[in-house]
Write a new protein. Structure first.
Length: 104
């Protein structure tokens, strides 16, 4: 178990340093696995459509409800180890514009 925890922390540090070079779909998966690994199943009410970003994050997380924390850590590690990064960094404004385009 210690090895999984160490690998998880290493993967988290990798994401912290390179998240601006990830696409929205990958970020949603990373978020879901991270939340499941650290908090367990999603709880609370689903945010309204007026809070689109929060709703997307909640939906991503709740889509893997029932996965154990250990399995979520392993999935997170495997995802981070297989990442393909964008050539250039993506700003928050660009990310929001892409999100709006994906949803239209």
């Amino acid at each position: 178990m210690d090895n999984v925890d160490d690998d998880f922390l290493t993967a988290c540090k990798t994401v912290e340093g390179l998240y601006t070079r990830l696409n929205n779909s990958t970020i949603r998966k990373i978020y879901a696995f991270y939340k499941q690994a650290t908090e367990g199943n999603a709880s609370g009410k689903r945010p309204s459509v007026l809070k689109l970003r929060d709703r997307i994050k909640f939906d991503s997380w709740s889509s893997i409800s029932g996965m154990s924390k250990t399995d979520a850590k392993i999935a997170y590690i495997e995802l981070v180890n297989s990442l393909e990064f964008e050539e250039n960094e993506v700003t928050c404004e660009e990310r929001e514009a892409r999100l709006n385009y994906e949803l239209s």
